[in-house]
Write a protein that binds this ligand. Structure first.
Ligand SMILES: *Cc1c(COP(=O)(O)O)cnc(C)c1O
Length: 390
C-alpha cells in the first residue's frame, strides 16, 4: 500500500470528484453520479448553484477576510436573518464548523451555570447515539463510546437513553447546566426523537433551570422540510447550533441563543480568527435567500414525500428513518458494501451508525431526480438483495 503524506483518519472511497452541477457530480474519469449524500448534508443547494457561485465570486473580489477585530456588516445581516428564521429573540455567534458551534454552546452553558446559578451546575447531559463533533468538548457529548474512549479522560457527561421520557426526569436535576441533543440523529442511525419528547425535555429543563441546546448542525436550514427541526415540535430551545448546510459548502458554524444566555458573552471570553468571515456570511446569505424563497420549503416537503414513499416501497417492511431529505434505512449487508454498489450504479450515498444507509440529497433535487435516485438505489440493492427482512 502506498504511503500517503496524509494522516489515515478517514476510510475514503476510491473516487475523485472534480466538478458538479445541481445534484450531479462527476469524477476525474468523466463518470457522472447522482449525489444523494451532499458531502454529509452540506451541499444544500447542490453543486455550482448560480446564486451561491455569484455571491461567493463577488465577495472574493471585494474582501475575503478582515477578522473580528473589526465590524463585519455581513455578520450583522446574517444574524438578523437567523434570528428571524428561528423565530425567537436571540443573538448569534459565528464560527467555522459544527464542532466549534457545539463548543460555543457548551461554553455558554458553563457561563450560564457559573454566573446565573453560582456554579451549582457542573453536569452536562446528552443522548445515547448522539453526535456533536470531534473536538474534545464536543466529543465529551458523544453518545458513542468508541469515539470517546481513545481520547479519555473527557469532561464528564451523563447520557440519556434515546427517547426515554422516564430517564429524563431521573437524570436532569438542578445540577445540570444543559441538555444537548439532535432531533434527528444524523450520525446515530438517522433516528428521530419520538413525538412529544422535546416538549417533555423542555419542561424538565425549565424545572431544573437547565438550558435546552438543540444541535441542528445537520437538520437545520430546511433539511427536514422545516426551516429548523425544532419548529415542528412546538418547542423553543435556549440555544441552537448550526453548520453543515448553512453556507452550502463554505465552512461556517453558528450558535443562536436567547439574550438571557447570549448576553453573558463579553469581550475576551470567546472568539475565533476565521469565524464569520465576509466570504462565509455572503455564502450563508445566498443559501438563506434560496431556502427562504417562495415555495422552497414546500418543494422540499413534496420531494421528501416522493423519496419516503419510494424508500418504503424499495425496502418494504422496513422502517424508513428520518425526516424530510434526511433519511436512513438499516441494511443487513455491510453498509459499506451497499455504498460501493450504489456508487457502481452511479449514486452517492453515505453511512450512519447501526449499519444504516444515509440518504441526504441536495434540497434542490427535483421529483424526477428523486425517481432517478430510487431507480439507481434499486439497482444497487438488487437483484441479490442484501436486504432480506430482519
Ligand atoms: C456533523 C455534525 C457535527 C460536527 O460538525 P463538524 O463541522 O464536522 O465539526 C455536530 N453536530 C451534528 C448534529 C453533526 O451532524
Amino acid at each position: 500500500m502506498p504511503t500517503s503524506a496524509l494522516m489515515a483518519n478517514y476510510a475514503r472511497n476510491p473516487v475523485r470528484f472534480v466538478r458538479g452541477e445541481g445534484v450531479w457530480i462527476e469524477d476525474d474519469e468523466g463518470r457522472r453520479y447522482l449525489d444523494a449524500f451532499s458531502g454529509v448534508a452540506v451541499s444544500a443547494l447542490g453543486h455550482a448553484h448560480p446564486a451561491l457561485v455569484r455571491a461567493v465570486t463577488e465577495q472574493v473580489q471585494q474582501v475575503l477576510h478582515v477578522s473580528n477585530h473589526y465590524e463585519v456588516p455581513l455578520q450583522e445581516e446574517l444574524a438578523v436573518r437567523l434570528r428571524t428564521a428561528v423565530g425567537f429573540d436571540s443573538r448569534v455567534l459565528l464560527c467555522n464548523s459544527g464542532a466549534e458551534a457545539i463548543e460555543g454552546a457548551v461554553k455558554l452553558a458553563r457561563l450560564h451555570g457559573n454566573v446565573r446559578h453560582g456554579g451549582r451546575k457542573p453536569r452536562l447531559v446528552a443522548l445515547q447515539g448522539g453526535f456533536h463533533g470531534r473536538t474534545l468538548g464536543a466529543l465529551a457529548l458523544a453518545g458513542n463510546a468508541d469515539y470517546r474512549a481513545p481520547f479519555a479522560p473527557l469532561a464528564p457527561v451523563d447520557l440519556l437513553p434515546f427517547g426515554d421520557a422516564e430517564a429524563v426526569e431521573r437524570v436532569v436535576g438542578h445540577d445540570v447546566a444543559a441538555v444537548v441533543l439532535e432531533i434527528v440523529q444524523g450520525e446515530g442511525g438517522v433516528r428521530s426523537c419520538p413525538k412529544g419528547y422535546l416538549q417533555h425535555l423542555r419542561e424538565v429543563c425549565d424545572e431544573a433551570g437547565a438550558l435546552l441546546v438543540v444541535d441542528e448542525v445537520q437538520t437545520g436550514v430546511g433539511r427536514t422540510g422545516a426551516m429548523f427541526a425544532f419548529q415542528e415540535e412546538g418547542v423553543m430551545p435556549d440555544v441552537v447550533t448550526l453548520a453543515k448546510g448553512l453556507a452550502g459548502g463554505v465552512p461556517i458554524g453558528a450558535v443562536v441563543a436567547t439574550p438571557e444566555v447570549a448576553d453573558l458573552l463579553v469581550p475576551g471570553l470567546h472568539g475565533t480568527t476565521f469565524g464569520g468571515s465576509p466570504l462565509a456570511c455572503a455564502a450563508a446569505l445566498a443559501v438563506l435567500d434560496v431556502v427562504e424563497g417562495p415555495g422552497f420549503l414546500d418543494h422540499v416537503g413534496a420531494v421528501s414525500a416522493v423519496l419516503e414513499d419510494g424508500l418504503r416501497e424499495l425496502f418494504s417492511g422496513r422502517e424508513v428513518h428520518g425526516r424530510g431529505l434526511l433519511r436512513g434505512v438499516r441494511v443487513d449487508a455491510p453498509v459499506s458494501a451497499v455504498i460501493d454498489r450504489a456508487r457502481q450504479a452511479g449514486l452517492v450515498v453515505g453511512p450512519s451508525a447501526q449499519n444504516t444507509l444515509r440518504i441526504a440529497p441536495p434540497l434542490v433535487i427535483s421529483a424526477d431526480e428523486v425517481a432517478e435516485l430510487l431507480e439507481r438505489l434499486a439497482r444497487a440493492v438488487g437483484p441479490v438483495s442484501p436486504l432480506a427482512p430482519a
